[in-house]
Design a binder for this molecule. Structure first.
Ligand code: SAH
Length: 254
C-alpha cells in the first residue's frame, strides 16, 4: 500500500483501528445522501460504501484525492475546503454528515452544520474529547457553552465512545471521542437564529457573571431584569430557558 506523508496543517491523523472504524460507520443511521468530510486515505470510506447510496467525499488535500481515486471505483470526491463549500450544490435533498474531523476546524464545522440545519438530518463525528464533551454537555456543567446550546437546540446529541491517541497515525496530542447528533423537530425558535446566537454568545462571554451583568449593554428595563433568571449564570440555563429568554428580550427590544 502506498503511504501518504501526513500533513499537520490539514489536521491529518489517520485512524487505524479497524474495529473502531467499523463501529463509527455503524453509528451512522442514514444510508443515503451522505457527506464524508476529509476521507484521507479512505479508512472510514471503505465501510461507508457498503449498503449505502449517494456518498460524496470532500477532501482538501490533493494527495488524498489521488489516493482515493486510485483505490476506489466510482466514488464522488470533491477537492475543496469543507468550510467554503455550498452544500446545496451537492445534494438536492436532505443529507447527513460523517467525519473523523480535522480537529483544528471542528468548531467551524459545527457552525456550518447549524447554518445548514434544515438540510442536515444527522451527524457522526470523531473529534477532540473536550469539544465532544462540550457539544453533548447539559446545563450546570463546566464544559457547557455556546456550542452546547446552539447544537442541542436543533440536534439530540449522544456521546458514544472515547478513542485514545495510539489508535491514530500519527497519534494526536489529545484524546478523542465519537459523538452523534440527530435533528430534532425544532424549526422555529421564535427569533432568528442570528439573534439567538448573539444573545447566547453574550450570555457566555464571562461565565462567572450573572446574566444581569453579562447582558447589561442591552439596557433592558429594570423591572424585566428583576426576574430571577437574571440572577443565574449562563451555564445554569438549559435550552428551553435560552429560547424563552431570547424571545422575551426580542419582545422588549421591539
Ligand atoms: N477520515 C480519515 C482522515 C481523518 S484526518 C481517517 O479516519 O483516517 C482529517 C482529514 O480531513 C484529512 O484527510 C485532511 O486532509 C482533511 N481535511 C483537513 N482540513 C479540511 C478541510 N478544510 N476541508 C476538507 N477536508 C479537510
Amino acid at each position: 500500500m502506498i503511504r501518504i506523508k501526513t500533513k499537520k496543517k490539514f489536521g491529518q491523523h489517520f485512524l487505524k483501528n479497524e474495529k473502531i472504524l467499523h463501529q463509527i460507520s455503524l453509528t451512522h443511521l442514514n444510508k443515503k445522501n451522505i457527506l464524508e468530510i476529509g476521507p484521507g486515505t479512505g479508512a472510514l470510506t471503505k465501510y461507508l460504501i457498503i449498503k449505502r447510496s449517494n456518498l460524496v467525499l470532500i477532501e482538501i488535500d490533493s494527495d488524498c484525492i489521488n489516493y482515493i481515486n486510485k483505490n476506489f471505483k466510482n466514488i464522488k470526491i470533491i477537492n475543496d475546503d469543507i468550510l467554503q463549500v455550498n452544500f446545496l450544490k451537492i445534494f438536492k435533498s436532505k443529507f447527513s454528515v460523517i467525519s473523523n474531523l480535522p480537529y483544528n476546524i471542528s468548531s467551524q464545522v459545527f457552525f456550518k452544520i447549524l447554518e445548514y440545519r434544515d438540510y442536515i438530518t444527522e451527524f457522526t463525528f470523531l473529534l477532540q474529547k473536550e469539544v465532544a464533551q462540550r457539544i453533548c454537555s447539559n446545563s450546570g456543567k463546566k464544559v457547557y457553552g455556546i456550542l452546547s446550546v446552539l447544537i442541542q437546540t436543533f440536534y439530540k446529541t449522544d456521546y458514544i465512545l472515547e478513542v485514545g491517541p495510539k489508535e491514530f497515525d500519527p497519534p494526536p496530542k489529545v484524546d478523542s471521542a465519537l459523538i452523534t447528533g440527530l435533528r430534532n423537530k425544532t424549526i422555529n425558535i421564535g427569533v432568528s437564529f442570528n439573534y439567538f446566537k448573539k444573545i447566547v454568545k453574550q450570555s457566555f462571554q464571562n461565565r462567572r457573571k450573572t446574566l444581569r451583568n453579562s447582558l447589561k449593554n442591552l439596557n433592558l428595563p429594570k423591572k424585566f431584569v428583576s426576574h430571577s433568571i437574571f440572577s443565574k449564570r449562563a451555564e445554569q440555563l438549559d435550552i428551553k430557558d435560552f429560547i424563552w429568554l431570547t424571545n422575551q428580550i426580542k419582545k422588549i427590544e421591539k
